[in-house]
Design a binder for this molecule. Structure first.
Ligand code: HEM
Length: 488
């Protein structure tokens, strides 16, 4: 056999028949930490494996390999049938879960909408509403009631869910509103999304990629919950689409244009079946909800450990407030947010260390060699690990594990972007994230408005919070914080 085709598993013991799979099983509760150690010890930051009867795979943390997979040889690394089939009952064939032509037309339509100023303005308004009407009052109440500990991760997740539902299809589930204000079906919809994501994660993490189908037939967990979650999600989305069709001013079949939301925008752009409109809803909710909340959860934790960084952010926010003058809005305008370079750097640096999408997997269409010589076989899964990349000295220098926003600033203090193959937090190449700018608007607005008025103290005890690798990187046990209003 060609020696190049031998799996490379530097530093890992390869057992007969099971190969390296026992390492995966043993480390399944701490995948990220384990991968990172393996990547740090591997001279080319790449690992490949093939176990009898199971799908082969490779994992890399090398920017040159990423460029090859995500751009240069893009056509050879689609999402692939295996992944698409595992997500199909949840996401249909929406933008996240399609390849080739089916993906391309959706990408073109979505890119066009994302480039419009009207969408940015709509997002700014939606964020302003949620910050002013929900988030700030909630923090005020937490302080006033002496409710000493707040799970900030939960607050951020509810914020993101309300926000993305409004942007995706013009509905306000009010999950962050005062207790009892949210309609029961909205809370159910959000809970169903959580159940579906957990089931999907279990499908992907299982070494036998067919096992979930057996569990589904037998009604075993987590597939049993998945079944009812899907009924709830699809029922909710279908109801919205039906109501919009019925209210369509231009006659039967047309959707009522409620607002500037995505559903209205897509529907206005051409004829779509109810099913493909439902895919728009589910795919955009998935894209926009837990990503920003994950990023901000880790950000608020990191900021609480670094008063020097927090002080610099506060200085920048107060300067923006001072130049806006009396009578300005409680939130910040797009232009004001754009000028906050230090805040931009601090959020970017936090996502470097804690990327919301910690790893991403594609499939290999035809036998290939990566630039570092690693062989990848037809049908193998090809993964890159953004979490491990942040911790490689070869990429970020000796202080790679340190939270240092300054690494993103030039001498004048202006934000300096990095090569996306070195920083694949928003993915890279033709499938790069479309919501990046929208995400920054949301994240910067929240941090600026909240830190301007409140300070937080982490009360989760000593040591590092637990990493939970769900579809996004979550914090085990939440983010318990004591909230205090700033005096001046
Ligand atoms: C901090 C926040 C965010 C991060 C870190 C992030 C990251 C990513 C990543 C890694 C991908 C590639 C996933 C894959 O293909 O498997 C992606 C794709 C995508 N993201 Fe984001 N995202 C964020 C927020 C958003 C928001 C708010 C939206 C807006 C709804 C959005 C819309 C999309 C879309 C539509 C795609 C699919 C692009 C395609 O396949 O062509 N993202 N994002």
């Amino acid at each position: 056999q060609d020696p190049k085709k031998q799996p490379r598993a530097h530093g890992l013991k390869v057992y007969p028949i099971v190969g390296t799979s026992s390492h995966f099983v043993k480390n399944q509760d701490r995948f990220l930490e384990w991968y990172t150690g393996v990547m740090q010890n591997s001279p080319n930051h790449t690992l490949s494996f093939k176990v009898l009867g199971l799908t082969g795979g490779a994992i890399t943390a090398d920017p040159a390999n990423l460029e090859h997979i995500l751009k240069t040889n893009f056509g050879n690394y689609p999402k692939g049938e295996l992944s698409v089939s595992m997500l199909e009952d949840f996401l249909g064939h929406g933008i996240f879960n399609s390849d080739g032509e089916q993906w391309l037309w959706q990408r073109k339509a979505a890119s066009y909408e994302f480039s419009k100023r009207s969408l940015r303005n709509f997002v700014v308004d939606a964020v302003r509403f949620e910050v002013v009407e929900r988030l700030l009052p909630l923090l005020e109440r937490a302080e006033r009631d002496g409710q000493t500990v707040l799970d900030v991760q939960d607050v951020l997740e509810r914020f993101a869910f309300d926000n993305i539902c409004r942007v995706a299809f013009g509905e306000d589930p009010a999950c962050l509103a005062e207790d009892g204000m949210a309609a029961p079906e909205s809370a159910e919809f959000m809970a169903a999304f959580n159940d579906a994501q957990n089931a999907i994660m279990a499908r992907f993490m299982s070494p036998a990629k067919w096992l979930w189908r057996v569990k589904r037939v037998l009604g075993m967990e987590p597939e049993r919950r998945m079944r009812s979650a899907l009924a709830t999600i699809h029922g909710y989305a279908d109801k919205i689409i039906r109501e919009r069709r019925e209210g369509g001013a231009e006659g039967a079949g047309q959707l009522a244009r409620r607002d500037d939301d995505f559903l209205s925008r897509f529907a206005a752009a051409g004829e779509h079946s109810d099913e493909s409109l439902r895919d728009v809803v589910t795919n955009f909710i998935l894209a926009g909800r837990d990503t920003t909340s994950s990023a901000l959860t880790w950000f608020f934790w990191l900021a609480s450990t670094r008063p020097d960084v927090e002080a610099k952010i506060l200085r920048e926010v107060r300067a923006a407030r001072a130049s806006a003058g009396e009578g300005a809005s409680a939130t910040f305008s797009l232009d004001e947010l754009r000028e906050m370079h230090y805040l931009h750097a601090a959020i970017t640096e936090s996502m470097r260390l804690y990327p919301p999408v910690a790893g991403d997997t594609h499939s290999c269409k035809a036998d290939d060699f990566l630039p570092d010589g690693t062989f990848v076989g037809k049908g193998w899964l090809m993964t890159y690990c953004a979490y491990a990349m942040a911790r490689l000295e070869g990429i970020w220098g000796e202080d790679c594990e340190e939270f240092r926003p300054e690494r993103w600033l030039d001498e004048e203090g202006a934000f300096r972007p990095e090569n996306p193959f070195k920083y694949p937090v928003f993915h890279a190449g033709p499938r790069m994230c479309l919501g990046k700018e929208m995400a920054y608007i949301q994240m910067k607005s929240i941090v600026a408005c909240v830190l301007e008025r409140f300070s937080f103290r982490y009360v989760g005890g000593e040591g590092h919070p637990k990493l939970i690798m769900s579809l996004t990187l979550r914090m085990g046990g939440g983010l318990p914080m004591q909230v205090k209003k700033r005096s001046g």
